[in-house]
Structure formats: structure tokens, C-alpha cells
Design a protein around this ligand. Structure first.
Ligand code: ATP
Ligand code: MG
Ligand code: MG
Ligand code: MG
Length: 469
């Protein structure tokens, strides 16, 4: 079986052989970009190289980049456990050309890697191109021999990448695999594209224009390449399993969860095991990169992830700290590729254990209140927004956790009421704010909070630069 670790090294070695410098993953907290919550794509560490602000001693690079998409513009938190392909933490494999090779070589290498090294069946593959990108369509025909019906022209921004309002931009081309009729879904560009039958696994971005503030674009003299392939998605394909959660790495973590909770997954509760495994990865890597649970900003996103995992652990019947016990299984799986995880193991476990203790203390009271306030509510009913807010404010229940707890009963939450209660409290806080006396700082923080919208005070929501490929 091709393990996740094998796939990562096959990818990196292939591009190294083709003249690319192997570069380490950058941290999940972007170094030079306060507007971006977490690193969410391979190109983030190279932004200044693409714009020409920074020079590197190489013009081709390849990475396996740690990514978190659990906040900001790319937020896959609610997808986890419900689709076969979304994780909050994943590794993005990438190859990059900084004004070196362009479209033809990028497509040529991608096709060789996918069909020769990984040995995927060419007849199951299809690609998308931006609707006006005849050059890419012709190259796919010439290099891969794909027929016209396997080259789908997409007119939306899904296939046109921009770094921000200004800067490099260009069309992109994505590779999909048809996993068979037994899985629901349609090809890209159809209303059923969000299903899991046609799985997107690689995005090739052709940075060929520069976008100016006045809306005009000019061709770049030295166009660049940025690509991103989901490692876990490729593993699910090569291992012949239907979801990323059935790949070797996740199986081992899920086995560890099963021994910690004392029973194996069933079809009814497997989503909880999956959420825990995914969230274990995000929380451990975030903590290793210096994020700690808190009530605002990045720390709050981490806390939500942690509490959600903890809630699912209680659904599996635990009432004592459990998730911290899974850290060794994760370190065993990923420690070799990510030495920071090994170095941080004790600190990660301890941070998780403390948060679990804190959470379990308030959980039972919170759940009791939720129980009391929602008695009599059934399918189609709505819980008052005020109540959801009280749970959030007093018991540290993020809104999504309350929604999650009620989902099984078909009860929803009055979001407008929740938002109103949150807005009221914020207005109160603002009135009482004395802060550091630094008017500029508090103005910035309130602006960020307002931009974030009342539902979630995430901070950093002003993100407008796109790190994703
Ligand atoms: P999707 O449409 O499935 O949400 P995307 O178009 O948002 O994916 P890109 O921004 O193009 O993804 O990222 C490049 C690649 O990274 C994707 O082709 C996929 O293989 C991988 N990827 C993206 N999001 C996730 C995720 N949440 N979990 C696992 N892999 C992901
Ligand atoms: Mg997405
Ligand atoms: Mg997509
Ligand atoms: Mg994509």
C-alpha cells in the first residue's frame, strides 16, 4: 500500500529530480501577513517571491505545506465529517516556478507524476480550465491526449486565481478523478459538483497577469506557477478508499480513539471519530506553532476546534479527558515529517488536557441548561437565540456546538436572535472599554470585531488576500 508518507516523498522527490528546491513547510501562523488567519495554501510563504519583493537563491521549489482552513475566507470546519474530502488540517503538496517554467512544463510534469509515478488510470481523469484559456485546453489535448469532453471550461472565479485586489493573478486548471457511479456527484460545472464522485485533487495556477487598482490587467513578463495537491485526497485515491478518513494515517488515529473510548466506530457514530481525528491534527499542529486556546483571534478558532472535538468525545461516552491521550498516535504517524510535533509533544498534550478539564467542568452544566431550555422542542423547531447566546457567553459553548448538539433532534437555532444578543453585549463592552488608552489599537480591534460579524468574533476576518491556490 502506498502510505501517506510514501506519497509525500514521491511528490517531493519527483519535483526535486526536475530541478526544484525542497523547501520546508512554513508555520501555520503566517510570518509576514497579519491579515491571514492561518496558512491555507502552499504559496503563502512565497507571496513576496511571486510579487518580486523577495529574492530566493532558486527559481523552482517544492513543498509539503501544513494548512488549516477553519476560519477566514476558506473555512471548511462545517464540512468535516460530512464530506469525504474536507479536513480542517491538511497537507498541500506543491511545485512552484518563480518566473521560470510556465504552463507547458507545469502540465507536462503534473501529467507525468499523476499517470506514471502515481499510476492513475488516465480514462478516469478530467480537467477544468478557465473558459478563455485556450492555451491550457490545447496543452491538455496535446500532452495528455484528453478529448474535448474531458476538458471542462469553467467561467467562474473557481478557475481564475487572484492574490488580492492587486498583484499577480491568472487562470487555473484543476485535475479531477471520477470515482465511479456508486458515489453521488456530478462533474465540475454541473449542479451536482459538490458531491464526492468527481474528486478535485490538484489545482495548477498560471500566474500570468498583474492586476492593478484601476481594474486593468497586464501580462507579466515572467509568468509563474503555483500548484496545490491535497496529500490526503491523493492518499484516498491511491489506497482505493472512499474518504480521506479511511487512509492509513487516519485509520491509525481512529484506532487509537477506539481504544481510548473503549469501542469501535459504528455507522451511527463514525462522524464523531472523524471529527475528533481531524480536529486532533489541527489542534496539535496549531499548538506546536504557538497558538494557545483563547477567547479571541486565532486562539478562539483553536478553542472552537478543541471544544468541538471534546463534545464529540463525550458523544462517544467519555466523561474524562480523552483527546490528549491520542497525541502519541499522531506523533507516531507524522513526527518524522514534522519534527516540531515531536519536540512539542509534551506541551501539546498538556494544553489539550487542561482545556479538556476546563471544558468538562462547564459542559455538564451547559448541557443541562440546553436540555431544560429545549424540552419539548422537536423536528423543525427553533431554540431561542438568547439561550444559545447564554450558553456561549456563560458556558463557553460556541454556537456551532449548540447547533451540533441539537442537529440530531432536527432543532435549529435562531441565529438572528443570537446575533442580536451578541451585538448588544458588544455595544455594552464598548461603552465600558477603557483599554490601554491607545485609541488607535482599540479602534482597530473593534473594527476587526465588526468586520467579523456578530456570530463569530474571530479577529483577522478582514482577510482579503487569498493565500489559497
Ligand atoms: P474544494 O473545492 O474541494 O473545497 P478547493 O477548490 O477549495 O477544494 P484549492 O483551494 O484549489 O481547494 O486547494 C488546492 C488543493 O488542496 C485541492 O485541490 C485539494 O486537493 C486540497 N484541499 C483543499 N481544501 C482541502 C480540505 N479542506 N481538506 C483536504 N484537502 C483540501
Ligand atoms: Mg474549498
Ligand atoms: Mg474546488
Ligand atoms: Mg480548487
Amino acid at each position: 500500500m502506498t502510505s501517506v508518507n510514501d506519497i509525500r516523498s514521491t511528490f517531493l522527490d519527483f519535483f526535486a529530480k526536475n530541478g526544484h528546491e525542497k523547501v520546508s513547510s512554513s508555520p501555520l501562523v503566517p510570518r509576514n501577513d497579519p491579515t491571514l488567519m492561518f496558512t491555507n495554501a502552499g504559496m503563502v510563504q512565497f507571496k513576496n517571491v511571486f510579487t518580486g519583493l523577495e529574492k530566493r537563491p532558486y527559481s523552482r521549489a517544492t513543498t509539503s505545506q501544513k494548512c488549516v482552513r477553519a476560519g477566514g475566507k476558506h473555512n471548511d470546519l462545517d464540512n468535516v465529517g460530512f464530506t469525504a474530502r474536507h479536513l480542517t488540517f491538511f497537507e498541500m503538496l506543491g511545485n512552484f516556478s518563480f518566473g521560470d517554467y510556465f504552463k507547458e512544463e507545469a502540465i507536462d510534469m503534473a501529467w507525468a507524476l499523476v499517470t506514471k509515478e502515481f499510476g492513475l488510470d488516465k480514462d478516469k481523469l478530467l480537467v477544468t480550465v478557465y473558459h478563455t484559456d485556450d492555451e491550457a485546453a490545447d496543452l491538455w489535448k496535446k500532452i495528455a491526449g484528453l478529448s474535448d469532453d474531458k476538458i471542462i471550461r469553467i467561467p467562474t472565479s473557481d478557475n481564475f486565481w487572484t492574490m488580492g485586489d492587486t498583484g499577480p493573478c491568472g487562470p487555473c486548471s484543476e485535475i479531477f478523478i471520477d470515482r465511479g457511479e456508486h458515489i453521488w456527484g456530478g462533474p465540475p460545472g454541473t449542479p451536482e459538483e459538490d458531491g464526492d464522485r468527481f474528486l478535485e485533487f490538484w489545482n495548477l495556477v498560471f500566474m500570468q497577469y498583474e492586476q492593478f487598482a484601476d481594474g486593468t490587467q497586464e501580462a507579466l513578463p515572467n509568468p509563474s506557477i503555483d500548484t496545490g495537491m491535497g496529500l490526503e485526497r491523493m492518499a484516498s485515491i491511491l489506497q482505493g478508499v472512499e474518504s480521506v478518513f479511511e487512509t492509513d494515517m487516519f485509520r491509525h488515529v481512529i484506532d487509537a480513539t477506539a481504544s481510548a473510548v473503549g469501542h469501535a466506530p459504528t455507522p451511527e457514530n463514525v462522524a464523531s471519530y472523524r471529527v475528533i481525528a481531524d480536529h486532533l491534527r489541527s489542534m496539535s499542529f496549531l499548538i506546536a506553532d504557538g497558538v494557545l486556546p483563547a477567547n479571541e483571534g486565532r486562539g478562539y478558532v483553536l478553542r472552537r476546534i478543541m471544544r468541538r472535538a471534546m463534545r464529540h468525545a463525550t458523544l462517544l461516552g467519555t466523561n474524562a479527558p480523552t483527546i490528549f491521550k491520542l497525541v502519541p498516535s499522531l506523533v507516531r504517524e507524522m513526527g518524522q515529517a514534522y519534527p516540531d510535533l515531536v519536540a512539542g509533544e509534551a506541551m501539546i498534550s498538556e494544553t489539550i488536557r487542561l482545556e479538556e478539564e476546563r471544558f468538562l467542568k462547564t459542559l455538564s452544566r451547559g448541557l443541562q441548561i440546553l436540555e431544560d431550555e429545549s424540552t419539548g422542542l422537536g423536528k423543525g423547531d427553533t431554540l431561542a437565540g438568547e439561550t444559545a447566546f447564554k450558553l456561549y457567553d456563560t458556558y463557553g459553548f460556541p454556537l456551532d456546538l449548540t447547533q451540533d448538539a441539537l442537529r440530531l433532534r432536527g432543532v435549529s437555532v435562531d441565529q438572528t436572535g443570537f446575533d442580536a444578543a451578541m451585538a448588544r453585549q458588544k455595544a455594552e463592552a464598548r461603552k465600558n472599554w477603557s483599554g490601554s488608552g491607545d485609541a488607535a489599537t482599540s479602534a482597530v480591534w473593534f473594527a476587526i470585531a465588526d468586520a467579523a460579524g456578530p456570530t463569530e468574533f474571530l479577529g483577522y476576518e478582514t482577510e482579503d488576500s487569498d493565500g489559497a491556490v
